[in-house]
Design a protein around this ligand. Structure first.
Ligand code: ADP
Length: 695
């Protein structure tokens, strides 16, 4: 086994690889650019080598710098992660020439899968279903039209060297083909230096389902089930899950065996992923077709780890060192369900505008190790250090506690920057449950507890997807986001129960804060109890929240709320009407901004009688209370110094109130004319009772 490996990558995937290497007793070398000098992965690694300026083209993409770092540190192998140099044959070859192991597949496999036309031909000859179409280069527009007519519309025109969703165009008829064929060619040439184009049928109700492959250098190749990644935005994956709600055991077997055959055809070893496009319109599940093979570790690999218990990074390292896989196809099972949400630095409320900046607050929910013997709990949290993890071939549950599984794969820390130089992904949140619904419910709870401030992010959007009835039904296509959010995202819809819970929580917090103010304000303050009732306005609905003797009522009905609040808390965990709820809390000018379950709600919170006294003024703007003379404590109005129509000057005594056997003189806050006098000498007044109003 290697003693030291270098990770030619950054961010979350560098951290992810370091965790497994450390657990295996292998020392790690990080390489980093200027922008990453203080990044967590650099601190996590045993050694770190600076490789240049922030732009990837001047650092992470320069093979010579990586190789020089290996030599300088004595690293025997390189894990490339995903992106950057992971699928460059020239890099794998350069490493081989230096006698450094590449923790990935053989060069010929990377080469064979790097081209869409060539890989599609290979897939056909290996007996894999390919999308009906013309597998070859199409030269001119007339040829393209003839082919498209034969295939039948709609068709997809694709640049053979394309990737990342670029160089791809949908055509519904001959006119579309005539209009766009040349531009796909040009896009291929401009973006990938290659103008070959091919055409295939457009698959209806397309679902993106992929098969995880794992092979060794001794000819063993396995499939580790599927992942479904249909929830995409502009061909960028947002939500991934394993298994897929669409895939039956028979379909899984057929897909898995075809993909293994393809991997075998190129002598594949290490981890790899065969991406398939599946027609959701065909209920038989037989319409699945090869799209491409990614010859590397995939971003969404954790969901496979969560349901199979296999640590893919560990196996990649062992395979690169020449070890044989310790398990067979029969050992691969499916334990429960796992969902991954990608937390991106983009603002769904503003058309998914990319966002960069400093993470002024970054506190993901706590990671909880899975208790199941199937799952690599060691990669769950950087704190968890355990002995070497072997495979388990049993699918038996391990009893209590395993439901708690939450995994966060991230590479950022509070105070860190999300820069313009790299991928906008901040973190991956992975949850596991016995069922798909349980895993999705856990996502909602974990997203509610995920604190992230300083830049725009998609946490609310992810929560909304997790709650969406269509997502819950499993009726997915790659068009899900475009179809369900045609006008963009405006927050998840909130049900009445959530609104009532938020009203109660706002009342609770307002009371706690008023009570706290009473204790620290001093002077008159400490006899001032908080208002007994609050008006909490959420959207168009106003709720009366009353607090008496520790009991809460909302709109006159008793409400069961159990929570704690300390001034300064930014996240509240409550039990509201028997339901656990986590709410992020931020003060606003007129109350609180409460964020939960995929939406933010502005709660305007006022003492109830003030809200109603000043009703006409607070429809649009917050009330200006400075023109009211309010009684600051319960007491007896002993004297009124002014009457209606009197001019008063700031500081002038207006009334005297006796409380606790002390006389308190209430003075004008500002100059004006007395408009109305609301009380008379001898009246007993409550807190905040209006004594008079100035003009
Ligand atoms: P890239 O290499 O750019 O990622 P792919 O060939 O993997 O391109 O396709 C990206 C996405 O485009 C797929 O996930 C799928 O959503 C869509 N797509 C590709 N080919 C087809 C097709 N023939 N029919 C329907 N959708 C397709």
């Amino acid at each position: 086994m290697f003693k030291k490996i270098l990770i030619a990558n950054r961010g979350e995937i560098a951290c992810r690889i370091i965790k497994t290497a450390r657990r295996m007793g292998i020392s790690t070398v990080a390489v980093y650019s200027d922008a990453d000098a203080r990044a967590p992965f650099v601190q996590m690694a045993d050694e770190a080598v600076h490789i240049g300026p922030s732009p990837a083209a001047q650092s992470y993409l320069i093979a010579d710098k990586i190789i020089a770092a290996c030599k300088a540190t004595g690293a025997e192998a390189v894990h490339p992660g995903y992106g950057f140099l992971s699928e460059r044959t020239s890099f794998a070859e350069a490493l081989a020439a230096e006698g450094i192991a590449f923790i990935g597949p053989p060069v010929n496999a990377i080469a064979a899968m790097g081209d869409k036309i060539e890989s599609k031909k290979l897939a056909m000859s290996a007996g894999v279903n390919v999308v009906p179409g013309f597998v070859g280069e199409i030269t001119d527009t007339d040829h393209a039209v003839r082919i498209s007519d034969e295939i039948g519309y709609p068709v997809m025109m694709k640049a053979s060297a394309g990737g990342g969703g670029k160089g791809m165009r949908l055509a519904y008829d001959e006119a579309d083909v005539r209009e766009n064929f040349e531009s796909v060619k040009r896009e291929g040439l401009a973006s990938f230096g290659d103008d070959r184009v091919f055409i295939e049928k457009y698959i209806l109700n397309p679902r993106h389902i992929e098969i995880q492959i794992l092979g060794d250098q001794h000819g063993n190749i396995l499939y580790l089930n599927e992942r479904e990644c249909s929830i995409q935005r502009r061909h960028q994956k947002v939500v991934e899950e394993a298994p897929s709600p669409f895939v039956t055991p028979a379909m899984r077997k057929a897909m898995g065996e075809q993909c293994v055959a393809l991997a075998r055809a190129v002598g594949y070893y290490s981890a790899g992923t065969v991406e398939l496009i599946v027609s959701g319109a065909d209920p038989t599940g037989e319409s699945f077709y090869f799209l491409e093979m990614n010859t590397r570790l995939q971003v969404e690999h954790p969901v496979t780890e969560a349901i199979t218990g296999v640590d893919l990074v560990e196996q990649m390292i062992r395979v690169a060192a020449g070890e044989e896989l310790p398990l067979t196809q029969a050992d691969i099972g499916i334990d429960g369900w796992a969902i991954e949400n990608r937390v991106y630095a983009e603002d769904p409320y503003r058309g998914f505008l990319p966002s960069t900046g400093r993470l002024t607050r970054y506190a993901p929910p706590p990671a909880v190790a899975h208790q199941s013997p199937l799952v690599p709990s060691e990669v769950v949290s950087s704190e968890v250090e355990t002995q070497a993890h072997g495979f388990s071939t049993t699918l038996e549950a391990n009893g209590a506690g395993r439901d708690a599984y939450v995994r966060i794969d991230d590479g950022v820390a509070e105070g860190g920057e999300v820069s313009i130089y790299y991928d906008p992904m901040i973190a991956k949140l992975i949850t596991w449950g016995e069922t798909r619904d349980a895993a999705a419910d856990k996502q909602i709870a974990a997203l509610d507890a995920f604190e992230l401030e300083g830049l725009g992010h998609n946490i609310d959007f992810l929560s909304a997807i997790m709650q969406h009835p269509r997502f819950r039904s499993g009726d997915l296509t790659t068009g899900f986001i475009a179809e369900e959010y045609p006008d963009g995202f405006h927050g998840a819809p909130a049900d009445a129960a959530t609104i009532t819970a938020l009203a109660a929580i706002a009342g609770f917090v307002a009371t706690a804060e008023a009570d706290r103010a009473r204790q620290i304000d001093g002077q008159l303050g400490d006899t001032l109890p908080p208002p007994a009732a609050w008006s909490v306005k959420l959207g168009d609905s106003e709720h009366r929240v009353e607090m008496a003797d520790g009991a809460i009522s909302v709109d006159g009905a008793h409400y069961d709320l159990s929570m704690e609040y300390l001034p300064g808390d930014r996240i509240l965990h409550a039990e509201a009407a028997g339901q656990a709820i986590s709410v992020k809390l931020r003060r606003t000018r007129t109350g609180f901004r409460l964020t939960t379950r995929g939406a933010s709600h502005d709660a305007r919170v006022l003492p109830y009688h003030i809200a109603h006294l000043a009703q006409h003024m607070i429809e649009q703007v917050p009330p200006d209370l400075s023109k009211y003379l309010l009684c600051p404590m319960p007491g007896l109005l002993t004297q009124l110094h002014v009457g209606a129509g009197d001019k008063v000057l700031a500081g002038q005594p207006l009334a005297t109130v006796e409380a606790m056997k002390m006389e308190n003189i209430l003075r004008a806050e500002k100059s004006g004319v007395v408009k109305i006098v609301n009380a008379a000498a001898g009246d007993s007044l409550a807190v905040d009772a209006v004594i008079l109003e100035l003009e």
